[in-house]
Design a protein around this ligand. Structure first.
Ligand code: SF4
Length: 361
């Protein structure tokens, strides 16, 4: 991928919906159609997400019995970090985010919690193994036609009790709800897995549980009818989305830009509809596009840009020319993503995830 240049971004019809994407496709079909075609992220992956992936891997290997002690955990952790850091080092957007230990939020806390959770697993399974308790990890479940499918993190079985477990390394509560309510999408994901478990194995799980890295467990109440309805709904949605994608003339027709939908999207730089709808408001990400009116090197060696726009000029300071090679060129126009707002309206500064592009498709 050429630095600062948007690659080709063809779309592909969705063949399958996974429970984790069930909610994502509804807000914006375009984002999921790009993801289905394995279009690389156009913005840096948040470092904490990478740490979460390693924690998940450790839990998976622990359940599979391939990690037996603290030393194993340590090796897998170091190995996972090394692989990600090598990958990031080759990526023009993420080089500066190495090492993860410094740049991933709560790195050490997440690591220690992951170790404790895995150790707790050894202790509990050793105690319970004599009683016939069985664990399976990363089990693929799908509908008979393959239209909905995904991997459940773990299945625990003891006698007639069957528990489906979803490990979460981030926040699990819905911040828009009063009290501690598990995110709606997490509840639905587990219910979809419950229905698929029934379709694949002919019996229903008795318990659906979300487990946090802190070892807190949250059981999700469910009804079988509700789970089956959700699954049927997912199949209907998939068909509707397929038809929608096949009937479009322009990809913009399947884009649904809004502050909520675009917040966690990594494709802003390639999405014309994003820029068409984005407003200068705190609700939208702090991104700027404009004509370079002034370019000044500050005393600390960073760059200050004044960008001319129809809505009024903006000033962006603290830009590192080592990080954003494009800034060394004589550029006329620029798109800046993931800036940080300052208390002064119209003034922005570079943030840890700030990324520059020459154009937007
Ligand atoms: S930027 Fe927004 S509208 Fe564009 S693909 Fe992403 S979520 Fe959809």
């Amino acid at each position: 991928m050429n630095p600062h240049v948007i690659p080709d971004m063809p779309i592909k019809p969705l063949k399958r919906i996974s429970p984790s994407k069930y909610f994502a496709v509804d807000p914006c079909i375009l984002r999921e159609a790009w993801a289905a075609n394995h279009i690389n992220e156009l913005l840096p992956v948040i470092p904490t997400v990478r740490v979460g992936i390693i924690a998940h891997r450790i839990l998976e290997l622990t359940i599979k019995g391939r990690i037996r002690n603290h030393q194993d955990i340590d090796e897998i952790w170091k190995d996972g970090i090394k692989k990600f850091e090598l990958e990031m080092h080759e990526n023009w957007m993420e080089k500066h985010l190495v090492p993860l230990a410094r740049n991933a939020w709560n790195y050490e806390v997440k690591k220690q919690k992951c170790i404790l959770l895995a150790q707790n697993f050894f202790t509990n399974t050793e105690k319970a193994s004599g009683k016939g308790q069985k664990y399976e990890a990363e089990i693929w479940l799908e509908t008979p036609d393959g239209k909905v499918g995904g991997k459940i993190d773990a299945i625990k079985q003891l006698g007639n009790d069957i528990q489906l477990i979803d490990y979460k390394t981030g926040k699990v509560f819905d911040k828009n709800q009063e009290g501690k309510v598990i995110k709606f999408e997490y509840q639905k994901q587990l219910k979809l897995y419950a229905a698929m478990y029934y379709m694949n194995r002919g019996k229903w799980p008795t318990c659906l549980t979300i487990v946090e890295l802190s070892q807190k467990e949250h059981d999700i109440p469910f009804h079988r009818d509700e789970c089956m309805e959700l699954l049927n709904d997912a199949v209907i949605r998939l068909e509707a989305i397929k038809q929608k994608i096949s009937g479009i003339n322009y990809i913009d027709e399947i884009a649904y830009p809004s502050p909520q939908n675009c917040k966690y999207c990594y494709y802003w730089p390639g999405c014309a509809m994003y820029w068409e709808h984005k407003q200068d408001s705190d609700k939208w990400p702090a991104d700027c596009h404009g004509i370079v009116k002034e370019k000044r090197i500050l005393g600390n060696g960073t760059l200050l840009l004044v960008l001319g726009r129809q809505e009024g000029d903006v000033v962006v300071s603290g830009l590192s020319m080592d990080r954003h090679g494009i800034l060394k060129d004589d550029i006329r126009e620029i798109y800046l993503y993931n800036l940080e707002r300052t208390p002064v309206p119209g003034y922005f500064k570079q943030g840890i995830l700030t990324t520059c592009y020459k154009s937007c498709k």
